[in-house]
Design a protein around this ligand. Structure first.
Ligand code: ZN
Length: 198
């Protein structure tokens, strides 16, 4: 499932790597793994995440399995321009919470020679593409899609199942209200019936 490609500092050129998937698919773990390897290689690494994501720690990116890396929390993705400094590798987590300015910021960073590693949800709880991730995937050099395991049938899962009825696109800090499901077992609460009940 995981693409193998050289996670090395580009020579004279930057690039964009995108890690997308549903919740519980290991996106953030994969982001942290790549950034830690860059740090071990003595590369300058900086990690950004949106302020909206305070569920585990205010100043670090933490995966569900509690891997962590120090982060800079920002309200607007354009704050990256003044904060990025001379970092060679730039990580961005929970990227689906940023505006479409993410596309230009990542492009500018890569064009200036930086390696940009971006993790985020590719679909919302309805299975609808979660902008700005689709466009980012299109312009990236490398795209990795992480899959979880369907809690109902055990198949590879690409969908985030919301387990409570809410029409809001984002329920922050509500990991208990979600689970991973495959295409066959996924449904939209309030619009359909739970296939797990039949
Ligand atoms: Zn399933």
């Amino acid at each position: 499932m995981m693409n193998e490609f050289p996670h090395m500092q580009p020579k004279g050129s930057g690039w964009i790597e995108v890690v997308v998937g549903c919740m519980f698919s290991g996106k953030t773990e994969e982001l942290i793994r790549r950034l830690r390897r860059a740090k071990i290689a003595k590369q300058k690494v900086i990690v950004f995440k949106p302020v909206i994501d305070n569920r585990y720690s205010a100043d670090s990116v933490v995966s569900h399995s509690e891997l962590s890396i120090e982060s800079v929390n920002i309200n607007n993705i354009t704050e990256v321009y003044e904060r990025v400094g001379d970092a060679q590798v730039v990580g961005i987590d929970e990227a689906q919470f940023f505006s479409n300015d993410l596309i230009k910021v990542c492009t500018d960073l890569a064009n200036s020679g930086k390696r940009v590693v971006v993790a985020g949800l590719d679909q919302d709880y309805r299975g609808v593409p979660f902008e700005p991730m689709p466009e980012l995937m299109a312009i990236a050099e490398f795209v990795t899609k992480t899959l979880a395991i369907c809690v109902v049938c055990g198949n590879p899962a690409s969908r985030t199942q919301r387990t409570i009825a809410s029409g809001d696109r984002v329920l922050v800090g509500a990991a208990d209200s979600y689970e991973a499901r495959c295409r066959k077992c996924h449904y939209i609460p309030g619009e359909g019936e739970d296939p797990a009940l039949f």
